[in-house]
Design a protein around this ligand. Structure first.
Ligand SMILES: [Zn+2]
Length: 450
């Protein structure tokens, strides 16, 4: 049994001094408090639980840095999506795996220990299914196996180009399935992750644009367990189109027509009325916030304060994967509130640390919606990280988290999943080989003119 000792660790019940974590078969078998390190222990300064990343489209890491040039007209989400489709149509299975492995290295180095992969790139470039319909799901699973990140795979059902069951566009052909095809794809994905320890499978109806109400009902009925993730109310145009087609706004429609509860995660939920904010908070669903992507795509600002005041739960995701950083996601969430409301320290209750509050709530919301408990508690997966505060040793406990999220002196140092150290001194143990493969795949994609 391995033992990791820490001067201080953020346990489920709060900071504790002189902690020894006993790890057996990937789990936290026992947590000793007030115990000095024993010979043979690996010793660290501050330990925190690993953070779940509840929303990612792995292949989009390939676009990072390639979609920031202004076009001839007004640039919006919809012009970004055109570039994204070009990438989606060019990538071969080996490219998808090389990009996903690089992404998961970056996530582990950032301190994310579980990924919710909202997986919608399914078919061959011409739109026909691969011989193995879950070919690309297998690629995602192998990238997780290689890097060690925990996987919650959310195969996406995508059938239409807009509300009213409109025919998909040519650019969407690699995403599209009928319900029958999706059932086979989902079975294949379940087989693909079976050998990955601690993996979870759910479903991801893409959005109300891409799935009709009847299809959504059938899908939820066919999968009575596991997480349900759906994009909702990311863009004003999407809200307007939903109102025109159904007389309801996206979040309102979901709350009125679907059994939205703790299983559900509504990704973005950016544009909500006060009633929607209250309804979503009371439903027990998690709001899947992706603050960096939402800023990058010009989506809008989530009503964080009102949602939290109503008892709502949130987690964070990296969505388009333009930048991978727990600190940057949480900072952007807080700063968007400050800029909107012209105040400071908006998220924390009076007298409490903002960084700690953001960290705790994103951890709880992310764990709930990815289907596995996390946090440093006995019986949970041994998924955690150490912070290097050698450059700012005066920042302790909550102030160390604030220094990490709002400053630059403190960084993740080592990261473990299932008790295995995947990141040491800020670098993933297999970074070199995975980064070389990624570079090769990216150069080839650029040469092929994505
Ligand atoms: Zn997304």
């Amino acid at each position: 049994m391995a033992v990791i000792a820490a001067e201080k660790a953020l346990l489920a019940e709060g900071w504790e001094r002189d902690v020894r974590l006993h790890i057996e078969q990937g789990k936290l078998k026992r947590i000793e408090r007030g115990a000095k390190p024993a010979p043979g222990d690996e010793c660290h300064d501050l330990l925190l639980p690993g953070m779940p990343n509840l929303h990612s489209h792995a292949f989009q890491l390939a676009m990072s840095g390639l979609a920031e040039q202004r076009g001839p007209g007004t640039d919006t989400f919809w012009s970004w999506r055109t570039i994204m489709y070009r990438f989606a149509l060019t990538m071969a299975p080996e490219d998808v795996e090389a990009v996903a492995a690089m992404l998961y290295v970056l996530m582990l180095e950032a301190g994310f220990t579980r990924i919710g992969e909202f997986h919608y790139l399914h078919h061959q470039p011409d739109g026909s299914p691969y011989d193995n319909p879950a070919e690309l799901g297998e690629r995602i699973a192998s990238a997780c196996g290689e890097t060690g990140i925990n996987l919650t795979l959310l195969p996406s059902f995508y059938a239409h180009s807009n509300f009213g069951g409109l025919t998909p566009t040519e650019g969407q052909r690699r995403f599209i399935s009928t319900l029958d095809q999706f059932a086979r794809l989902h079975e294949g994905c379940a087989r693909a992750i079976a050998a990955l320890p601690e993996s979870v499978i759910g479903i991801a109806p893409h959005s109300l644009r891409a799935v009709t109400g009847e299809e959504l009902q059938a899908l939820v009925a066919a999968h009575p367990d596991g997480p349900v993730h759906i994009h909702a109310a990311e863009q004003v145009k999407e809200v307007d189109d939903c109102l025109a087609a159904t007389g309801r706004r996206p979040v309102e429609w979901l709350l009125d027509n679907m059994p939205v509860n703790q299983r559900w995660c509504l990704i973005h939920s950016t544009h909500m009325t006060k009633d929607e904010v209250r309804g979503l908070a009371l439903s027990g669903a998690v709001a899947g916030l992706c603050p960096i992507t939402e800023g990058n795509l010009g989506d809008g600002i989530f009503e964080a304060e009102a949602f939290r005041s109503a008892g709502g739960h949130f987690g964070i995701g990296s969505d388009s994967n333009v930048l991978i950083s727990i600190a940057a996601e949480l900072r952007q969430l807080e700063y968007s509130q400050r800029l909107k409301h012209l105040q400071r320290n908006m998220i924390a209750p009076p007298g409490r640390s903002t960084g700690r509050t953001l960290f705790d709530e994103a951890l709880a919301g992310g764990s709930r919606t990815l289907g596995k408990p996390s946090g440093l508690q006995e019986g949970a997966n041994a998924d955690f990280l150490s912070l290097d505060r050698s450059a700012a040793p005066w920042l302790d406990e909550d102030a160390a988290i604030d220094g990490w999220i709002f400053g630059q002196a403190i960084k993740p140092d080592c990261v473990w999943t299932r008790g295995v150290k995947r990141v040491s001194n800020g670098q993933h143990i297999a970074r070199e080989a995975i980064a070389a493969r990624f570079r090769k795949a990216m150069i080839s994609l650029c040469e092929r003119g994505y």
